[in-house]
Design a protein around this ligand. Sequence first.
Ligand SMILES: N[C@H](CCC[C@H](N)C(=O)O)C(=O)O
Length: 284
Amino acid sequence: MSRTFLKMNGLGNDFVVIETASQPFEPTPEAIRAIAKRGDGGIGCDQVIAIDPPRSAGASAYVRFWNADGEVAGACGNGTRCVAWLLMQPAGKDSVAFDTVAGRLSGQMAGDKRVTVDMGRPGLDWTQIPLSEEMNTERVELQVGPIDAPLVHTPVCVSMGNPHVVFFVDAPVTDAFATGTGSLVEHHPLFPQGVNVGFAHVQSRDHIRLKVWERGAGLTLACGTGACAAQVAAVRRGLTDRTATVEFESGSLVIEWREADGHVIMTGPITLEYTGKLPEKVVA
Ligand SMILES: N[C@H](CCC[C@H](N)C(=O)O)C(=O)O
């Protein structure tokens, strides 16, 4: 049985989205890798997303995420905006709630192909990231490069349902730097579940330039949970006010770490690229 899918992206961070109500989807890591592979018979994407029927009252769906390396991911901000938009279309609704392994998320329309998602509260304790040892997550004892002249050091760690480490840098970093440094940190022993690595350049109290090396996907054009983590990290360090624009080369997200309830609110665009059929051989 061949399955239909939707190819979508959020600021170029791209997804193969499969609605499973009429086509069960229990993929192996190899199947995910085959779907995500760019070229050689793959569809090509950073993450694969399954939209399952709801498992609890009040939710429109249960949503699962996998990285291109085949491993399960706990959250995906850009993907969450795309899912929220999809779930609001048929019913002509302007708000929706759905569940993920990281908890209940809610979305609402914020203009044409623009969605606001409540990503819930960040995890700030070392056990929530998680780290392999107790540390102050606002100033983590970690550096990359020569001891006497580290390339990056003393990051902030934040969980958005997935682990993030955010390094503040004095200037926007190149793709080569983010790749070389991010790939070193992704599987550092301090992060027993791996980590997404952000390089944040604070331009002003409401503007951050960000590049993210994603766990299980590598350098992506944008990272929604990475933008949330960078803004939470910047507020913790006193570098930005509660709402900031987080800018990638492909565009920007508006992130608010809401004072009233501690929730992180992300607003940004979604793109529906095309619909297609998964090749039979890819997913048995
Ligand atoms: N690579 C991430 C999942 C996708 C995050 C990103 N695509 C986003 O928009 O948040 C992880 O392993 O936790």
